[in-house]
Ligand binder design. Structure first.
Ligand code: ADP
Length: 360
């Protein structure tokens, strides 16, 4: 559906995005994640043909995109975009939702039927005659989405669509987008700095930082096996431990980090300066050393600090190296964890991602 080759954009002397090469298949939900200012909106605006690239090339729906305004307009009619700030026009809700259809010269009765159907789907039945500018942010965003939905776009771009919305409105928008994707096979590109939204919605993710697409892969792959420590930090990997490979044994390495030894799966040779990365949810805490565990790593530690994270807590421990676990508040209470408490930490070798230091 989308294929880019070394896409770049500069404004005057400033390079905003560069060397962006990726493809998205029909029917995928692809998440574009990255910090504010990384270039996500710029990339989406190029893909939606609202702006022209400065370098590289772009293929949409199997067609190489040309510079001809007419050709670009034809392609644009097959796509839609939803922005962070809901765009509604100063007319009725019905007028807003039907706008794209009117522009496409669809018959009036057909427009009325589709608008009515869409209003049911977005839970705004009976709102036909309401002035759209009097709607709440969440309602306005649903109307903006309905305006896109009724035109049955082949590609839907969402640019931080729920950044200004409350949780129930966010959930509704996410549900509608997923439904559109499942029922109509709409290809969706979603930009977000909300990692959890990326994780919830996308099957594949691209990480964009300072205008460069640094890694694309499955959501699980990006969150558990980031290509470098910069991405690891952005995707919230709590444990990034630097050391050196001191032994290898049939696909397993022992990494020395100070006095601590960490066992992980990797094939880097002895002497490699390496970084061991793992997520807090893969760390298990017990009050005595477990005899039944299959985990290759068992470390003794002292709790230093507890930091609430929604329904979970980060338990920061000194195990010779700092290790952070992410566990439920319930477990924190059951284990009576508090600063100073002695604990045993277990961690499977398979949960650890190893990077050579020069990639870190
Ligand atoms: P994101 O969506 O990831 O927050 P943007 O694509 O909005 O990032 O912006 C990336 C960078 O490009 C920012 O530094 C922004 O200031 C700059 N930028 C965006 N649009 C323009 C423009 N029209 N002219 C000059 N600079 C721009």
């Amino acid at each position: 559906m989308i294929e880019t080759e070394k896409l770049g954009k500069r404004y005057e002397d400033q390079e905003i995005i560069s060397d962006v090469t990726f493809r998205v298949e029909k029917g995928e939900i692809f998440g574009l994640i990255g910090p504010s200012g990384a270039g996500k909106s710029t990339l989406l605006r190029i893909l939606d043909l609202l702006e022209e690239e400065s370098e590289g090339s772009l293929t949409l729906m199997g067609e190489p995109v040309s510079h001809s305004p007419l050709e670009r307009l034809k392609l644009r009619l097959r796509m839609a975009m939803l922005l962070q700030k809901p765009v509604v026009f100063n007319t009725t809700v019905e007028g807003n939702i039907g706008l794209g259809l009117k522009f496409r010269k669809v018959a009036r009765a057909e427009i009325a039927r589709k608008v009515k159907e869409a209003l049911t789907e977005i839970d705004l039945t009976g709102y036909e005659a309401r002035k759209a500018i009097t709607l709440s942010g969440g309602e306005a965003q649903r109307v903006a989405l309905a305006r896109a939905m009724v035109t049955e776009p082949e590609i839907l771009y969402l640019d931080e669509p729920t950044a200004n919305l409350d949780p129930p409105s966010t959930e509704k928008i996410e549900q509608l987008v997923v439904q559109m994707n499942r029922e109509h096979g709409t290809t969706v590109i979603l930009s977000t700095h909300d990692l959890l939204q990326g994780q919830r919605m996308a099957s594949r993710i691209g990480v964009i930082m300072r205008g460069k697409l640094l890694q694309t892969g499955t959501t699980r792959g990006i969150f558990h096996r980031p290509d470098n420590t910069q991405i690891a930090r952005f995707v919230g990997m709590e444990n990034i431990i630097e050391g050196e490979v001191m032994a290898t044994d049939r696909g397993e390495v022992t990494i020395a980090a100070g006095d601590v030894q960490i066992h992980a799966l990797s094939s880097y040779p002895v002497g490699t300066k390496a970084t061991a990365l793992f997520r807090g949810e893969d760390v298990t805490i017990d009050l005595s050393p477990r005899s039944s565990t299959s985990a290759r790593n068992l470390l003794h530690g002292i709790v230093q600090e507890l930091v609430p994270v929604g329904p979970f807590e980060h338990v920061i421990m000194d195990c010779g190296v700092p290790i952070t676990a992410l566990i439920t508040i319930r477990s924190v209470e059951d284990l009576e964890l508090q600063p100073g408490k002695e604990v045993w930490v277990s961690l499977k070798a398979t949960a650890i991602h190893v990077l050579p230091r020069d990639r870190s």
